[in-house]
Write a protein that binds this ligand. Structure first.
Ligand code: NDP
Length: 309
């Protein structure tokens, strides 16, 4: 079995040494833009170059080093029949639940107010929050959204969840399909986006949808930058309908130095760190699936190209 590692890590041995340990019979190669074909059976990739699919004609599956496969699907010559396997959780959902909880608490528990009071040496206690005033709506109930929704529901927040298909989640009011999106939005104050980027979800955080949220809304985007219509968010903040936003992903990354988001006190910016790829958990999952596929066993996490995720 031949495995090809194709990701722009300047130290690829951080990946290939453990891959070799986990798959002792495999011949493990690192992508060389100027090298010959290695006739790999499996590629482990992050945003691979087009030449990969021109050169490697014997691939049986491609394993993506992330949950979102929008970058891989954008490669124009990706063979349509080639199975794509995305990362399933692999330690990301816990990180995401922490991130979203942190951003929610900043708003709901007024942490910024207490930080400002500390700067001024003020000891002042504000009234306890009413959880009923902070209903959260999680868009996407997959590996990540489900964990986020369950975590917040476990802390007695009112949680709504929205997905394409119907879900049954304890403690979460679930909505499905575009026809139920208005009901979901209208009962949500804190909107958390964990959707994959597809033709259907691109630009979904737009004026029409943001305006349906409850007043003093909060937007937390950990999906993809292309989900958010940036000027619509700024307009909603200026109108006072959206009180604050926490953004981890952007249309252009790194966020350009002159981007208006940097100057907005209502916006918290993080550089795409809400859920990092954890090398050990990731490689354990991917190599386990490569071995299973090699042995002719079924594997989970194969992307459905017709859905785009
Ligand atoms: P999953 O595929 O497990 O879940 C996707 C969820 O989105 C499903 O519940 C699915 O519905 C729902 N969905 C997809 N399309 C639609 C639609 N048109 N309308 C309504 N719901 C829809 O993905 P993960 O949870 O593993 O990951 C989600 C995304 O999170 C990734 O694609 C990536 O973009 C982002 N991400 C961001 C990271 C970061 O660091 N910021 C890190 C990791 C992931 P259904 O259940 O009905 O199929």
């Amino acid at each position: 079995m031949k495995v090809l590692f194709v990701a722009g890590d300047p130290k690829p041995e951080r990946w290939t040494v453990p891959i070799k340990e986990l798959l002792p019979e495999a011949e493990v190669h690192v992508w060389d833009a100027n090298g010959p074909a290695v006739d790999a059976d499996y590629a482990i990739v992050w945003q691979p170059p087009e030449q990969l699919f021109e050169r490697e004609k014997k691939l049986k599956a491609v394993f993506n080093l992330g949950a979102g496969i929008d970058g891989l699907l954008a490669v124009p010559n990706l063979p349509p029949q080639l199975p794509i396997v995305r990362l399933e959780d692999a330690g990301m959902s816990a990180q995401m639940a922490e991130y979203v909880l942190h951003q929610l608490l900043e708003a709901s528990r007024g942490m910024e107010t207490y930080r400002e009071q500390q700067r001024q040496g003020i000891w002042k206690i504000h009234r306890p929050i009413k959880r009923s005033e902070w209903p959260v709506g999680v868009m996407g109930l997959g590996h990540i959204g489900k964990r986020v929704a369950r975590t917040l529901a476990g802390l007695d927040y009112r949680v709504n969840g929205w997905a394409r298909s119907k879900h049954d989640l304890e403690g979460v009011s679930t909505f499905s399909g575009t026809e139920n999106l208005p009901d979901f939005l209208q009962s949500t104050r804190v909107l958390v986006n964990t959707l994959p980027l597809t033709d259907e979800t691109r630009d979904i955080l737009n004026q029409q949808h943001l305006s349906q949220l409850m007043p003093n809304a909060v937007v937390i985007n950990v999906g993809r930058g292309e989900h958010l219509v940036e000027e619509d968010l700024i307009k909603a903040i200026e109108d006072g309908h959206v009180a604050r936003a926490s953004l981890d992903v952007f249309r252009q990354e790194p966020l350009p130095a002159d981007h208006p988001f940097w100057q907005r006190p209502e916006i918290t910016i993080t550089p795409h760190i809400s859920a990092r790829t954890l090398r050990d958990a990731t490689l354990e999952q991917i190599t386990g699936k490569i071995q299973a596929h090699h042995n002719g066993q079924p594997i989970s996490g194969i992307v459905d190209p017709s859905r785009g995720y």
